[in-house]
Design a protein around this ligand. Structure first.
Ligand SMILES: [Zn+2]
Ligand SMILES: [Zn+2]
Length: 55
């Protein structure tokens, strides 16, 4: 645990279409794959990406 840092991190869940491997797609914005119109299912790989906000 390293606290006291001024940099903030954002975690966002992304998913990859298991049908055509398209991605990463946003779990909040994309309910289906825009490439092959496949709806997100349990077979689609879900990942958590970390973003840092800094100037
Ligand atoms: Zn797809
Ligand atoms: Zn799927």
């Amino acid at each position: 645990m390293s606290g006291g840092s001024s940099s903030k991190e954002y975690r966002e869940r992304r998913w990859y279409c298991h049908n055509c491997n398209y991605g990463p797609l946003s779990c909040r914005l994309d309910d289906w794959c825009p490439n092959c119109s496949h709806s997100r299912c349990g077979y689609c790989q879900e990942v958590v990406m970390t973003y840092r906000s800094g100037r």
